[in-house]
Design a protein around this ligand. Sequence first.
Ligand SMILES: *Cc1c(COP(=O)(O)O)cnc(C)c1O
Length: 426
Amino acid sequence: MTPETIQNFDKRHLWHPYAVLDSDDPVFVVESAEGCRIKLKDGRQLIDGMASWWSVIHGYSHPALNEAIKDQVDQISHVMFGGLTHEPAVRLGQALIDITPQSLRSIFYVDSGSVAVEAALKMAVQYHQAKGHIKKTKFLTVLGGYHGDTCGAMSVSDPENGMHSMFQGILNRNIHAPRPKCRFHENWDRLDFEAMENLVEVHEHEVAAVIIEPIAQGAGGMWFYHPEYLQCLRRICDRHGLLLIFDEIATGFGRTGEFFAMQHAGVVPDILCFGKALTGGMMSMAAVMTTGDVAQAIHESPAGVFMHGPTFMANPLACAVAGVSINLLLQSNWQQRVHTIEKIMRVGLEPARQSSAVLDVRVLGAIGVIETHNPIDQAELCRIFVERGVWIRPFNRFIYIMPPYIIEEEDLNRLCHAMVESVERC
Ligand SMILES: *Cc1c(COP(=O)(O)O)cnc(C)c1O
């Protein structure tokens, strides 16, 4: 097919994320991708700044990951997980137990991040049912969060970005504390936790759990906050019998400079969700891990089982490639690479501060963000970026990158230059 044939059908029939059909915004036709390069069907090549939304940490078409899927296809591509199990699920399970804190030993595989969040919320409710706390059906979270697009996940996301007013009738009414103000690198200010503390005290009787993205808020505002906030949260949850859920779907697998962002704070949740980079961007998969206590309580709950079971649970292809991706990451010098990416972005993005269009520039691990005062013309900026040979997709007031960890210094500098120059158009 020619690029035009593809584009014409796409425009008429295929929905894109947060988009309308028949839009005049450009969509570019990809032919293939390798390493940090996305190759368009018209012959152009783009340096990838997005890692396809946090997921492609090893770059595209990594031979070991491609091989893992090809090998697994010849064994079995899919089989139901009800009543059956397989080696890829067990191998991945062992790897997950090895890379997570010791108390998290029970694993629930799901097919996407949003579903992981749904499962985590349900686990918390079933936990409290077992304890006889049937009124604990609400969740406490912070503003500026993003947890996915399904109804439970939307209900704990930022009310504005999560479009609470649009879906009012069908969303649970949950409780939102202010966004943590104290930045990651600042001195901790105790007052930053006061509002959350008050909300816990007022709503304790109806709250099942606190859910939060540790350290780095992603799509809700690309914001990095202080580790002490999480330590306070752990203490207050323990004191008031609330479960603590960490959503590491974006932050897991090294992105913030620690393997999991929670390690910046040395805090362990009762329930942990991760996804996105789990398979190195090869397949859709996510997982929820919890403690023996939570698992035991769920067994003692009125249902007697955990009431969830996706059709494609523990898909063998996804499990196999996730296992290989984790090994690849552990055997790489990922921490050094992420640290180097951080240093280069700190220098490379700094000049953007000079622009009056720019409100803030911030970098944590392999995440680089320019925040503008006004909303960005996404389509226009994407077009300019593609003309410059880079793939960066800004949203709202954020021009940001989180490249594959294998990116070379020269490519990363080109991404930073393109970002800094683009603010002149904001
Ligand atoms: C992307 C994301 C999700 C949702 O994951 P999907 O796989 O898109 O459903 C949930 N939480 C966070 C923090 C995310 O970044």
